[in-house]
Design a protein around this ligand. Structure first.
Ligand code: MTE
Length: 320
């Protein structure tokens, strides 16, 4: 296991894409987080996957499809694209999973910018185009497990969130990250119908979870830019946690020193706690988490601790 964690040979070196100054800052940040020595983020080469970033960014539509990262190229059957795209939790539009795709039409996802606030050296507003320049995009086939006990296997396209964080240069006091979704009731009909919810949707991660190489900034799926129902144009994906941690359509990223509350925690703290790692041994108060239903085939499979990603992330949670 140590080898896998210490030498993730699927990691694309940011030396290919990051100016030296940023690389230095990154090293300093990792040192403060105590990660540099562990080599967790040490980045061996998968040179072939790393297109020069200027070229990638200026190529526009050519960003998709992206090259699949060989580490995340399992021989699992992918969930049918159409099924994944018509079975969505995106409460800003509807509680009915099959209706979301039909209600996203008025949601404007271009232009798009993300506000960076809080304990960072350079708070700023970043345009989506600039975020796409941070790292070459890659495809990763991940399992995705919703707290409602359904699951899918999808090819996300994006890059590790750590690359964005390093660029932003968090201050030493920064221990958590809080994310926020767009707040546009005029374009998001579900928000108008559900006035008692604490909109806009918000989520959070510990800094080490956010920095973990599995945590992705996602801008595409199935070889294309993200459809609106999946959280266009930019979302977070944390594959070892229940799906609600994977916040959609992000407009704000805040660096803070205390654990933030989250949308679902605010509504029911005993059902949706902050950490929310996939764990078949801990039932949801109202249902078992021991198994999961695959949304296209209907198969029922045993749920795995950390959604099967324990070899990568178990070391983040020494007490379990
Ligand atoms: N993000 C926002 N802004 N609003 C939501 O309602 N639902 C979450 C998560 N991110 C949600 C969200 C939940 S419960 C799940 S399971 C996943 O999105 C679903 O992602 P998918 O529709 O792309 O499968």
């Amino acid at each position: 296991m140590a080898n896998i964690i210490l030498r993730p040979d699927w990691f694309i070196s940011d030396r290919h894409v990051t100016p030296e100054k940023i690389h230095e800052n990154r090293r300093e940040f990792l040192r403060r987080m105590g990660l540099a020595g562990a080599g967790l983020m040490a980045a061996p080469m998968v040179a072939a996957a790393a297109e020069p970033v200027e070229k990638a960014a200026s190529a526009g539509p050519k960003l998709y499809p992206a090259k699949r990262n060989p580490e995340f190229n399992p021989n699992w059957a992918l969930t049918e694209e159409k099924v994944a795209g018509s079975y969505n939790n995106f409460y800003e539009f509807s509680l009915a999973k099959d209706k979301v795709k039909d209600l996203v039409g008025n949601f404007v996802v271009s232009p798009w910018s993300v506000k960076i606030e809080g304990l960072v050296e350079k708070p700023r507003t970043m345009e989506l185009e600039d975020i796409l320049k941070i790292s070459p995009l890659e495809e990763r086939v991940y399992k995705f497990r919703c707290v409602e006990a359904w699951a899918m296997t999808v090819p996300w396209i994006g890059f590790p969130l750590s690359k964005l964080i390093e660029k932003l240069q968090p201050k030493a006091e920064s221990k958590f990250i809080r994310f926020e979704t767009a707040n546009r009731p005029e374009q998001m009909p579900g928000m108008r119908g559900m006035k008692n919810y604490p909109w806009p949707y918000f989520e959070g991660l510990r800094m080490d979870e956010a920095m973990h190489p599995l945590t992705m900034v996602v801008t595409g799926i199935y070889g294309k830019p993200l459809p609106k129902q999946h959280g266009a144009p930019i979302r977070i994906v944390v594959p070892w946690k229940y799906g609600y941690k994977s916040i959609k359509s992000v407009v704000k990223i805040e660096f803070i020193d205390k654990q933030p509350t989250t949308f679902w925690e605010t509504l029911a703290a005993d059902e949706y706690p902050f950490e929310s790692n996939v764990n078949p041994a801990v039932p949801h108060p109202r249902w078992s988490q021991a198994t999961e239903r695959i949304i296209d085939t209907g198969d029922r499979l045993k749920t795995q601790l950390y959604n099967g990603y324990g070899k990568y992330v178990a070391n983040l949670y020494p007490k379990v």
